[in-house]
Design a protein around this ligand. Structure first.
Ligand code: PEP
Ligand code: MG
Length: 593
C-alpha cells in the first residue's frame, strides 16, 4: 500500500478532515458476459438475479426510511416509483426468461430487458412516461451494482463517517449527501466556483476538487486527509502526517471558535464605513443558521436547487411555502431571492433544453426564463406572495442588456395585476435588482442603474466571461484572477455607475468572501458583500481592522499597476505597513487569529 500519497487540487471548501474513503462511481460496473452451459449455471444465474433484486429493494426501503427521517417528501415518492419498477413482474419474468432461453448471464439479461423497457417507454408520446427512462437507468445501475457485488451508494451508509471520492458530483448529488455521515468530498473535476464546490461550502463539508486521477489513486476503505484550505489530499498517511493534520484540524476548529466574538459587533471600518455582510444560501435549511454566522441578511438565495433536485417542476405553492418560510425566518433582515439560474453547469432533467456547444453562453438564467415564461411567472408569483411576509427583494441573473430588464418589468407588472385580481397579498414596494455578471452589463452599468433599485456583482461569472475562462475547467483555472487589472477596472466602473445613479451595489460572487480582496472592495466603496456564511466572521474581522480613507488611497494606487502580481504585491505590502496584525492571505489569517 502506498503511504502518504499527496495529491494537489483546488481547495473548494475549507477545513481539515480525516476519514475513510468511499468511492462513488456513477458509471455502470464492468461485466465480462458469458454463455451458460448447464442447467446448474442457469439456476445459479437466476438465483443471483433474485438476490440482486432483493438487495436493491432492501436498499431502497432503507433509503426511504433515511429520507423520511429528514422529511424530504419528494425523495420519498421518487424512491416509491423505483421500488415499483423493481417489483414489476413482467420485467423480472422477462429477465428470467432470457437467462433460461438465451442462456446468458444475469447482467446481460437484465441490461437487455431494461433496454427494451426503455425503448418502449421512449416510444410513448406521453412526455411524463418518456421521462421515466431516467428512473429505469437508475434502477438498472443499482441492480447491476448489486449483481457485481459493489457497495450501495452513499445514502444507505447510515452511521458511517466517510469521505466521498468521485469523478464529479452534480449539484443534485451534493444536495442529497447526508451531512451527518459525509465528512468531506474529493472530486476529479470541477473548480473553486463550480456549483458543486459552492454547495460543499454551503454544507460546511471540507472538499478538494479538480484532483485528476484520484479515483485511481484511492481505494474504498483507505484513510484520507482532506486539507480544504490548501487543496491538498493525502491518501493513507503515516502516523506522523496523521498527527500533524489532526493538529491542523484542531487549530482550524479553534480558529472558528475564536471568530465567534465578532458575531455581534458592527460590520464597519475603523472610520465608520458600514458594509452589510450578508449570506449566500443554496438551500432553505441554511436560513436558520446564517444569523449565527453573523449575517445581516441573505444577499443571494440561489433558487435553482429547488428545481434541480425535483422529480417535476416545483409548483407555485411549493415555492411560495419555501420563500415565505425563508422570509419569515430571516425577517426583519432582508432576503434577496435570485430567480432561476439554470443552464451552464446546472440542468433540470425534466425540461427539454437542446444540447448546446457552449452552454454557459447559451440559453441560461434569464434567457431561459424569458423563453419559458410560464415557469418564470410561477416563480415570480411565489416570490411576490412571499414578500408579504418579510423584506424580500428579487434579483435577476445574467442580464446582458436593458431590453431584458424592461421585458422582466413588464412580466412583473402582469403578475402583480393577476395577484391583485386574486386578492393575494404582496409587498408593492418590493425592490428589484440585477446581477452584474456579464461584461456587457458591466459596461452599460450607467444605463442599467436607471432601470433597477440595486446591483449585485456576480464575480464568478463576470470573471469567467471577462477573462474568457471556463469556471469549471481545471485546466484553465490558474488564469482565474480577481486581481486582473481588467477586473478591477470593471468593478470600479460598476460601483461608480451605481452610486452616480443613487443605487446601492453588492457583490455576491466568491470574491466577496476572500479576506485579501476586502481592502479593495472597501476602497472602491461597495455597499454590501454577500458570501458563504462561514466566511462572514473573518470578513468582519478584516473590515473592522481597516480604515476606509486609507483603503481608498491604496486602491487609487493599484490602478497604476499592469499585472495581477504587481497589484497583489503592492496590496500586501501596504496592508502590512498600516495594519501590522492583519494578514490577508487567508491561510495565514486563519492561523494568526
Ligand atoms: C456569480 O456568478 O458570481 C454568482 C454569484 O452566481 P453563480 O455562482 O450562481 O453563477
Ligand atoms: Mg452567476
Amino acid at each position: 500500500m502506498d503511504q502518504n500519497r499527496l495529491l494537489k487540487g483546488i481547495g473548494a471548501s475549507p477545513g481539515v478532515t480525516i476519514g475513510k474513503v468511499v468511492i462513488v462511481d456513477h458509471g455502470h460496473p464492468d461485466f465480462s458476459h458469458y454463455r451458460l452451459s448447464s442447467e446448474n449455471e442457469i439456476r445459479e444465474e437466476i438465483a443471483c438475479l433474485h438476490k440482486a433484486l432483493n438487495e436493491s429493494k432492501e436498499q431502497l426501503i432503507k433509503a426511504k426510511e433515511e429520507v423520511g427521517k429528514r422529511n424530504v417528501q419528494e425523495a420519498k415518492s421518487i424512491i416509491d416509483t423505483h421500488i415499483l419498477i423493481l417489483q414489476d413482474k413482467i420485467l423480472i419474468n422477462s429477465a428470467v426468461e432470457k437467462i433460461k432461453n438465451e442462456q446468458v448471464d444475469a447482467a446481460w439479461a437484465l441490461k437487455s430487458t431494461m433496454q427494451e423497457l426503455k425503448k418502449n417507454v421512449a416510444d410513448l408520446s406521453d412526455e411524463y412516461m418518456q421521462e421515466r427512462t431516467s428512473d429505469i437507468d437508475y434502477i438498472e445501475k443499482r441492480i447491476l451494482r448489486n449483481l457485481a457485488g459493489k457497495k450501495p451508494e452513499i445514502i444507505s451508509k447510515a452511521g458511517e463517517k466517510i469521505i466521498i471520492v468521485a469523478n464529479d458530483l452534480s449539484p443534485a448529488d451534493t444536495a442529497n449527501l447526508n451531512v451527518q455521515e459525509v465528512l468531506g468530498f474529493v472530486t476529479e473535476s470541477g473548480g473553486k466556483t463550480s456549483h458543486t464546490a459552492i454547495m460543499a461550502r454551503a454544507l460546511k463539508i471540507p472538499s478538494v476538487v479538480g484532483l485528476k486521477n484520484v479515483m485511481l489513486a484511492a481505494k474504498n476503505g483507505d484513510t484520507l486527509i482532506i486539507d480544504g484550505i490548501h487543496g491538498v489530499v493525502i491518501i493513507n498517511p503515516d502516523a506522523e502526517t496523521l498527527r500533524k493534520y489532526q493538529q491542523k484540524k484542531d487549530q482550524h476548529e479553534e480558529f472558528e471558535r475564536r471568530l465567534l466574538k465578532y458575531k455581534d459587533l458592527a460590520s464597519e471600518s475603523t472610520d465608520g464605513f458600514r458594509m452589510n455582510l450578508m449570506a449566500n444560501i443554496e438551500i432553505v435549511e441554511e436560513v436558520a443558521s446564517v444569523v449565527d454566522y453573523g449575517a445581516e441578511g441573505i444577499g443571494l438565495f440561489r433558487t435553482e436547487f429547488l428545481y434541480i433536485n425535483k422529480h417535476e417542476l416545483p409548483t407555485e405553492g411549493e415555492l411560495f411555502t419555501i420563500f415565505k418560510n425563508a422570509a419569515e425566518k430571516i425577517s426583519p433582515r432582508p432576503l434577496t431571492i435570485r430567480t432561476l439560474d439554470i443552464g451552464g453547469d446546472k440542468f433540470i432533467s425534466h425540461v427539454d433544453v437542446a444540447d448546446e456547444m457552449n452552454p454557459v453562453m447559451g440559453l441560461r438564467a434569464i434567457r431561459f426564463c424569458l423563453k419559458e415564461v410560464p415557469i418564470f411567472k410561477t416563480q415570480l408569483r411565489a416570490i411576490l406572495r412571499a414578500s408579504a411576509f418579510g423584506k424580500v427583494k428579487i434579483m435577476f441573473p445574467m442580464i446582458s442588456c436593458v431590453e431584458e430588464v424592461r421585458q422582466i418589468k413588464k412580466i412583473m407588472e402582469d403578475v402583480k395585476k393577476e395577484l391583485q385580481k386574486e386578492k393575494k397579498e404582496f409587498d408593492p414596494d418590493l425592490e428589484i435588482g440585477i446581477m452584474v455578471e456579464v461584461p456587457s452589463s458591466a459596461t452599460i452599468a450607467d444605463l442599467l442603474a436607471k432601470e433597477v433599485q440595486f446591483f449585485s456583482i456576480g464575480t464568478n461569472d463576470l470573471i469567467q466571461y471577462l477573462l474568457a475562462i471556463d469556471r469549471v475547467n481545471e485546466q484553465v483555472s490558474y488564469l482565474y484572477e480577481p486581481l486582473h487589472p481588467a477586473v478591477l477596472r470593471l468593478l470600479r466602473r460598476i460601483i461608480d455607475s451605481a452610486h452616480d445613479n443613487g443605487i446601492p451595489v453588492a457583490m455576491c460572487g466568491e470574491m466577496a468572501g476572500e479576506p485579501i480582496y476586502i481592502p479593495i472592495l472597501l476602497g472602491l466603496g461597495i455597499d454590501e458583500l454577500s458570501m458563504n456564511p462561514i466566511a462572514i466572521l473573518a470578513a468582519k474581522k478584516v473590515l473592522r481592522s481597516l480604515e476606509f480613507k486609507q483603503c481608498k488611497m491604496v486602491v487609487d494606487k493599484l490602478f497604476e499597476f499592469s499585472t495581477a502580481a504587481e497589484i497583489k504585491d503592492f496590496l500586501l505590502k501596504e496592508t502590512k505597513k498600516y495594519y501590522k496584525n492583519l494578514n490577508l492571505t487567508s491561510t495565514e489569517n486563519q492561523l494568526k487569529l
